[in-house]
Design a binder for this molecule. Structure first.
Ligand SMILES: Cc1ncc(COP(=O)(O)O)c(C=O)c1O
Length: 428
């Protein structure tokens, strides 16, 4: 392959939406990817939380080969043999009742917002309930509806005006939530751990109050698990650490191992607001992607990967706190399982570049946060390799010697918390 020609063509013909290093990745195996020169990289980005089973997992490759030769697409005007069983499995993992399949995370968010509005419209009398609440610093996608509930100005402003009637609540600020929740609200959407926003977990107090208010106002509580869901925290869903279920759940990224597939999972009461013709999707829930998604969920169970996520996550966290003791420009370490963020005092981009140069893939979320989203199949050896490489990356910068601030929070407490994440359910 002529990498220079590939880069030239991309530069000439692709729209200018991504800032990419001058590399062409050609293949992957397990937790590693390889570039055009055959150079190997330890993948701690996992295709941005997509490659839960790493690359070229035999369970995925086998199903793909078999199913591609049988039927890739059949249309949602007919049943296929995998949609129902996949919906059943997702319902069992989540405690939800019904499922609608989409092509992407953004489309799942769109669907959830439409379902919430359709449900609210069914009520015969009273003031119209069309208002949406979302959280500051949230990210829910790039389509117009999803962008409407995405707070960050740089994503929104160039495309304004977006949908009317949205308000943003400060993360974990119960008083702000109470002040903004009124009788016109039809849905509140939140990420249990904000991903693009820089790995910020939601507090139990905030989640519980949100649940109470949604119930009291008969509004839909939508939990966006597109980045943090389907095992990444060591539970099937991040919200399962809280006692109560939401009304709607969106999932996507790891669901079909990189094939485009998302879903909205809903409680019966809300699901019943959709009737034939009200909503649809040409590609969503095709036989190939659903067959692969079933294989992904089966493999997570069979290989006991939720346990692995918890064990490797605890090792990572312990190692990161060691690094925080050495490098005082690490301000905070946040997250759960294999969704971790390292907040620095400075811009994270140079560290991402250094890591790439040393054969390690990770990225920066929200400017100052190094984000880790490795595959669930990560080994203890790979955790050690990562920590040693990251130590070299951190030591290679002038900040390594000059910073004065001590890290927070108290390391030992947070490590203990990560090791005993409760409430997980392993059997769909
Ligand atoms: C929490 C969350 N919601 C929604 C999306 C949008 O998903 P997609 O890029 O598949 O449309 C993302 C993507 O990063 C996300 O992290």
């Amino acid at each position: 392959m002529n990498a220079a020609a590939v880069l030239r063509t991309a530069d000439r013909f692709l729209m200018n939406t991504y800032r990419r290093p001058p590399l062409v990745f050609t293949r992957g195996r397990g937790c590693y990817v390889y570039d055009h020169r055959g150079r190997r990289y330890l993948d701690f980005l996992g295709g941005i939380a997509v490659n839960a089973l790493g690359h070229a997992h035999p369970a995925v490759v086998n199903v793909l080969r078999q199913q591609a030769a049988r039927a890739i697409h059949l249309s949602n005007l007919y049943h296929n043999e995998f949609q129902g069983p996949l919906a059943e499995k997702l319902a069992a993992c989540s405690g939800m009742d019904r499922v609608f399949f989409t092509n992407s995370g953004s489309e799942a968010v769109e669907t959830a917002l439409k379902l919430a509005r359709a449900y609210a419209k069914q009520k015969p009398n009273g003031a119209p309930r069309t208002r949406l609440l979302a959280l500051e610093n949230a990210f829910h996608g790039r389509t117009f509806g999803a962008l409407t509930v995405t707070a960050t100005a740089k994503y929104r402003d160039p495309f304004a005006p977006l949908l009317p009637e949205v308000a943003f609540v400060r993360l974990n600020d119960v008083a702000d939530l109470e002040a903004k929740f009124d009788t016109r609200v039809c849905a509140l959407i939140l990420e249990p751990i904000q991903g693009e926003g820089g790995i910020h977990p939601i507090s139990e107090a905030f989640y519980s109050r949100a649940r109470q208010l949604c119930t009291a106002h008969d509004a839909a509580m939508i939990v966006d698990e597109i980045q943090c869901g389907l095992g990444r925290t060591g539970r099937w869903f991040a919200y399962q650490k809280f006692p109560e279920r939401p009304d709607l759940v969106t999932v996507a990224k790891p669901l079909a191992a990189g094939l485009p597939l998302g879903a909205v999972l809903a409680r019966e009461k809300f699901a019943a607001a959709f009737a034939p013709g009200l909503h649809g999707s040409t590609f969503g829930g095709g036989p190939l992607s659903c067959a692969v998604a079933l294989a992904v969920l089966r493999t997570i169970q069979r290989e006991r990967l939720l346990e692995n996520v918890r064990a490797r996550g605890a090792e990572l966290l312990a190692g990161l706190y060691e690094l925080a003791r050495r490098f005082h420009f690490i301000r905070e370490i946040r997250g759960e399982g294999l969704m971790l963020g390292i907040e620095l005092e400075t811009d994270a981009a140079p560290y991402v570049e250094q890591a790439l140069a040393r054969g390690l893939l990770l990225n920066a979320a929200h400017e100052r946060v190094l984000r880790l989203l490795p595959p669930y199949i990560l080994t203890a050896g790979q955790v050690r390799t990562f920590l040693s490489c990251l130590a070299d990356v951190l030591a290679s910068t002038p900040r390594a010697k000059s910073s004065r601030h001590a890290p927070s929070p108290t390391p030992t407490r947070a490590i203990a918390r990560a090791a005993r994440v409760g409430g997980h359910q392993e059997t769909p």
